[in-house]
Design a protein around this ligand. Structure first.
Ligand SMILES: [Zn+2]
Length: 468
């Protein structure tokens, strides 16, 4: 996510989680099946207590959805393949709005109830046993409007389709889900739209879109685990350019016709920058790369997995380099709780500085020094290592987070620093990780005690005096 450059700074209220799964008082140890307990309505992120849900782990989502831009109606089914992690008598899904017509679990109709953005499904599920839930629903998507934070996010209807950016918890605005990055899953998308409309999702297009009865179905597949907020169903009139980068990664670029002049540039830069990051951060983690420019003026960009999206502006190289760095840091290696967001945004911001230096513009050190000299900068009052739930996307999480990495680099030297970064991307590829794991890795690989450095840069108020 990157927005400060186009809109006033966001301060926001978001929701996060720490992983505590309630265990049902030893019930599973006592022999014959006993009825389970109700699954928790949150996954355990203390800052965002109702985000995600407890008691199960999703492996795969299959979204078979139709969208009509004229009526703004979304309809279809979401199939959730999951495994219970406790004995359950019910479990929750996150879903905002819509009329739910039916829910089945294991092929049988399952009772459900709804309260706010929580849907509770009654089902007797055994710990460790896979199950499949199918939700059939329809209605007009209701994006989240959070004036204190991000503005609008989630499934946003546009004049010719939809603009879907869901950080931090907007997946629930278009499909029932365990809507928290701690539960990543793979995805299949079968997206049906009127003929002439293009439907774009994550991963790779499977075959040619098929037209029937005035409608076209696009089948996309993301084979690598993905956080729910990175899933997209962006639709509308698009010009598309596909091919492969010099290093051989498939590239998919799409622009609203208003940005026709940007198509080739977006395509080439996305391939070139992806290739460059592969030489710095390690192999590109996904099967394809690219980007989308829509004409919806969100004022921000989001690192949707394999396809960053830019909302209503011509992205400069810095922003493209930021969103593509997120493919390693945020998308492949994901946070487990939102307070660790600097692991995404500090890294992606640092990548912007690396790209600047690579392009022969300002060096990383020059950019660091410029920020450090500003003693009055509000970032000194906001320790970035604990992102605040009501101000998640504060500039400190970005800029001071990046400065923390540069202080580390100065302390341990270039070779060790880039070894740490590559090991971080490799050790947690397709998984989740925490700040504590990062600082422990840095200490392990450098052989140095770094508590004072990380304390000053990530956790303490005030401008650090330890410059590495
Ligand atoms: Zn970002």
């Amino acid at each position: 996510m990157l927005q400060g450059r186009f809109t006033s700074a966001l301060s926001g209220a978001l929701i996060v989680v720490t992983l505590t799964s309630c265990s049902p008082s030893g019930a599973s140890d006592r022999g014959p099946a006993r009825s389970g307990t109700a699954g928790a309505s949150g996954i355990g992120d203390a800052d965002f207590p109702t985000d995600g849900n407890g008691g199960y782990d999703v492996g795969h989502y299959t979204l078979a959805l139709g969208y009509d831009p004229a009526s703004r109606r979304l309809a279809g089914t979401t199939t959730i393949d999951a495994t219970a992690t406790e004995n359950l008598s019910s479990f929750n899904l996150d879903l905002r709005g819509f009329t739910v017509d039916a829910v089945t679990v294991g092929g049988r109709s399952a009772p459900f109830s709804r309260s706010g953005d929580e849907m509770t499904v009654t089902a007797d599920l055994r710990k460790g046993v896979p199950f499949q839930a199918v939700v059939t629903y329809q209605g007009e998507p209701q994006p989240v409007r959070d004036s204190s934070n991000l503005g609008s996010y989630g499934f946003i209807p546009t004049k010719d389709g939809s603009f879907v950016t869901a950080e931090p918890n907007g997946a629930k605005t278009w499909f029932p889900s365990n809507d928290h990055p701690a539960d990543k899953a793979t995805y299949d998308f079968r997206l049906t739209v009127p003929d002439g409309v293009t439907a774009i999702a994550n991963g790779e297009l499977q075959g040619r879109p098929a037209s029937s009865g005035g409608k076209t179905t696009f089948v996309w597949r993301e084979t690598h685990p993905m956080a729910s907020y990175l899933a997209t169903m962006t639709t509308g009139n698009f010009l598309v350019k596909t091919g492969t980068s010099e290093a051989g990664t498939p590239v998919y670029a799409a622009v609203d016709p208003r940005y026709q002049g940007q198509l080739t540039r977006l395509y080439e830069l996305s391939g070139r920058i992806t290739d460059y990051w592969s030489t710095i951060f390690g192999p590109y983690p996904f099967k394809s790369t690219g980007g989308v420019i829509d004409d919806y003026a969100s004022g921000y960009a989001l690192e949707n997995q394999t396809k960053p999206i830019y909302g209503g502006f011509e992205p400069d190289e810095g922003i493209i380099s930021h969103e593509l760095a997120h493919q390693w840091f945020g998308d492949s290696v994901s946070i487990s709780r939102w307070k660790d967001l600097w692991l995404n945004e500090g890294f992606a911001t640092y990548a912007e500085w690396l790209w600047s230096e690579h392009q022969g513009q300002g060096t990383v050190q020059q950019i660091f020094d410029r920020h450090y000299r500003n003693a009055e900068d509000p970032i000194w009052n906001y320790p970035p290592g604990v992102a605040q739930k009501n101000d998640l996307f504060n500039n400190s999480v970005y800029t001071r987070g990046a400065m923390a990495l540069h202080a580390l680099r100065t302390q341990v030297g270039d070779q060790t620093f880039f070894t740490i970064i590559r090991r971080w991307a490799a050790d947690h590829q397709y998984g989740n990780a925490t700040t504590e794991q990062f600082t422990a890795l840095a200490e392990q690989l450098s052989g140095q005690k770094l508590g004072e450095l990380f304390g000053q840069w990530l956790f303490d108020k005030g401008r650090p005096t330890t410059l590495g």
